[in-house]
Design a binder for this molecule. Structure first.
Ligand code: SAM
Length: 507
C-alpha cells in the first residue's frame, strides 16, 4: 500500500520536505486561565479543543513531544483514507500508525469516513479533474472535517490552515499545496452555495455509496432514511456485565461513585455517556465486564434461555461456530454451565478468544477449524445448541466501522449470503432433535437475514422458526417521543443485527 505520509516514526529525519525548517509540534491555546493546553488525541479531547481554541487561531509553539500537531494528524487521516480506497480496512491500516499518533488519526479518520460522500461531492465542485491520489485524499479529509461547522472538530479556518501545512510538509503533496489552498479557501468563501449544490447528490446527502442507499431503501422502504442517518452517528461505548462476578445494578452504582455517567440498556448492558479508556474502568482486570453492543448481547440469552429445562440432563453441549474474538462465547458461559466449543477459522483471532475468556474467568474448548468442514474438528457428538454468528457484510455496524460502507462491493452480499447458507446447511445436521440454533449477522441486508432464514426453513422441514427478534435496525440514544424507536426495535441504543432462533423438530 502507498504510504504518502510517514506515520510510523513521526520525527524521522528525511521524511519531510527539506526546504521547510523542522518546527515544533503545535500546542493549542489554553482555554481557561491556568488550565493545561488540551492534548488532541482522543475523540472527546479533540472535540473539546474546538471549544478551547479561539476561532481561526492555532499556534505552532514550543517542543512538547506529548502533543501531535494537527497537520500531522491530517496527514495520518489522509493516509487512512488512501488505505481504505485501496481496499484495506481502517482497523488494519491503523496498526501501521505510530502509537502516539493513533488516537488522533483514528478520530479524524473516523470523522472523515462518515462524511466522505459529502466531501467527494464538494471536491468535484471545486476541481472538475481530481488531483493526484495523495492530494485528493488530503483535500477530501479536510472537506469532510470542515463542511459542517456545527460538527467540525476544529474551526474550518484551522482545518484549512493545517491541511495546507500538511500538504507542504509531505513530498507527495508539496507540489499540490497551492492547489489545495486555492480549493479550500474557495470552499470557505462559498461554503453555503457549494453545500447546496451537493445536496442534489444522494451520495453526498446520505454519505453512503449509491448502491448501498438503493439496497437499504429496497430492503427497508419505511425506515431506510433512519438507518442511513443512524449510520453517520457515533456509537456509544456499551459494556456487558459479567453476571458471574457482579450485576448491572451494582456496576452502575460503582460507576456513579466515581462520577462516571452511565445508564442501563437491555438485561446485561451499561451505556457509558462519555467513552473512557477501557482498562481504566472499574473491574476490567477482574473480568466484571466486556465491551459489546446491546444488539450483540441478545445472542446468548436467545439461545440458552429456552434450553433451561434440559439442565437436569447434565451439562449442555454447545457449539459457537464462528466464535472469535469470543464476545458471545463468553456471554454463553456467563449464563449457563455448559461445555462450549468455540470454533473459528482464523487462528490469530482464536488466540483472542483465549485471552478474553481468561480475563473473565471462563473456559471453553477453543478450536481452529472451518465450520463448513466438520470432518476436520467434530467428534460426532450432537450439540444441544449451536450459535452461528456468521461472517457477513457488517452493514449493521457502520456506526462503529465507518469504513465498511466504502470497502464493500454490491457483489459481496450474494457471496456472503451463499457462504452463510452453506454454513447453515452444514451445521444443521450436527444439532440434536429438540435442540436449538441461533443464526445471526450484524447486517441490515435482508439477503443475510430474513430472506436467508425463510429459504432455509422452506428447505428444511425439521426446522421450526421460533419467536425471534428478526431485523434490528441501528439506532442511537434512548427512545423519546421526539425520536421514536424504529418499528419492532429494541428501545434505546444498538447496532443493526439480524436474529433467528430455530428449533429442530423431534423425530
Ligand atoms: C461476526 S464474527 C464473529 C464474532 C464473534 N461471534 C463474537 O461475538 O465475538 C465472524 C467470525 O467468523 C469467522 N469465520 C468466517 N468463516 C468461517 C468458517 N468457515 N468457519 C469458522 N469460522 C469462520 C471469522 O474468522 C470471524 O471471526
Amino acid at each position: 500500500m502507498r504510504r504518502p505520509f510517514a506515520l510510523s516514526k513521526p520525527a524521522q529525519a528525511g521524511l519531510e520536505p527539506q526546504r521547510s525548517a523542522p518546527r515544533g509540534p503545535l500546542r493549542l491555546r489554553p482555554g481557561k486561565a491556568g488550565s493545561a493546553a488540551p492534548t488532541c488525541n482522543t475523540e472527546k479531547a479533540y472535540k473539546s479543543c474546538a471549544v478551547a481554541l479561539p476561532a481561526g487561531l492555532i499556534r505552532a509553539m514550543q517542543d512538547n513531544p506529548t502533543q501531535v500537531p494537527l497537520w500531522r494528524q491530517l496527514q495520518g487521516a489522509a493516509s487512512l483514507l488512501m488505505a481504505v480506497r485501496d481496499g484495506q480496512s481502517m482497523t488494519a491500516a491503523l496498526e501501521d500508525v505510530d502509537a502516539a499518533l493513533r488516537p488522533g488519526v483514528q478520530s479524524l479518520g473516523f470523522h472523515a469516513l462518515r462524511w466522505l460522500g459529502r466531501a467527494e461531492a464538494l471536491r468535484q465542485q471545486l476541481a472538475k479533474r481530481p488531483p493526484p491520489p495523495e492530494a485528493d485524499a488530503l483535500l477530501c479529509v479536510a472537506l469532510a472535517l470542515a463542511w459542517n461547522e456545527a460538527d467540525a472538530p476544529y474551526t474550518p479556518y484551522v482545518l484549512v490552515d493545517q491541511a495546507v501545512e500538511a500538504a507542504k510538509r509531505s513530498e507527495a503533496t508539496t507540489h499540490q499545496a497551492s492547489f489545495i489552498n486555492g480549493c479550500l479557501r474557495r470552499f470557505l468563501r462559498e461554503r453555503d452555495e457549494l453545500v447546496a449544490i451537493t445536496d442534489k447528490s444522494p451520495q453526498a446527502v446520505w454519505n453512503h455509496p449509491q448502491w448501498w442507499i438503493d439496497r437499504v431503501r429496497k430492503d427497508h422502504p419505511d425506515s431506510w432514511q433512519a438507518i442511513l442517518r443512524a449510520n453517520n452517528n457515533r456509537a456509544s461505548l456499551i459494556l456487558r456485565i459479567n453476571e458471574r462476578k457482579t450485576t448491572p445494578g451494582q456496576y452502575l452504582r460503582g460507576l456513579a461513585a466515581m462520577n462516571i455517567e452511565a445508564y442501563p440498556v437491555g438485561e446485561y448492558g451499561v451505556v457509558l455517556v462519555n467513552a473512557q479508556p477501557i482498562p481504566s474502568l472499574p473491574g476490567f482486570a477482574e473480568g466484571h465486564f466486556s465491551v459489546q453492543d446491546a444488539a450483540a448481547q441478545l445472542a446468548a440469552p436467545l439461545l440458552v434461555k429456552g434450553l433451561a429445562p434440559m439442565h437436569g440432563r447434565g451439562r449442555l453441549n454447545i457449539l459457537d461456530a464462528c466464535a472469535a474474538p469470543g464476545g458471545k462465547t463468553a456471554h454463553l458461559l456467563e449464563l449457563v454451565d455448559a461445555d462450549v466449543t468455540a470454533l473459528d477459522i482464523d487462528a490469530r483471532r482464536c488466540e483472542r478468544i483465549g485471552h478474553n475468556l481468561q480475563r473473565l474467568g471462563l473456559q471453553a474448548h477453543i478450536v481452529v477449524g472451518d465450520a463448513g468442514q466438520p470432518d476436520g474438528w467434530w467428534d460426532g457428538m450432537l450439540f444441544d445448541a449451536i450459535l452461528l454468528d456468521a461472517p457477513c457484510t457488517a452493514s449493521g455496524i457502520v456506526r462503529r466501522h465507518p469504513d465498511v460502507r466504502w470497502l464493500r462491493r454490491p457483489t459481496d452480499i450474494a457471496q456472503l449470503a451463499a457462504l452463510q447458507a452453506q454454513l447453515l446447511d452444514t451445521l444443521w445436521p450436527l444439532l440434536k432433535p429438540g435442540g436449538r440454533l441461533v443464526y445471526c449477522t450484524c447486517s441490515v441486508f435482508r439477503a443475510e437475514g430474513d430472506v436467508q432464514i425463510q429459504t432455509f426453513v422452506a428447505h428444511h422441514t425439521d426446522a421450526i422458526l421460533m419467536p425471534s427478534p428478526g431485523h434490528l435496525l441501528p439506532q442511537n440514544g434512548v427512545a423519546s417521543p421526539a425520536s421514536p424507536t424504529l418499528p419492532d426495535n429494541l428501545a434505546g441504543e444498538h447496532d443493526g443485527f439480524y436474529y433467528a432462533l430455530l428449533e429442530k423438530r423431534n423425530a
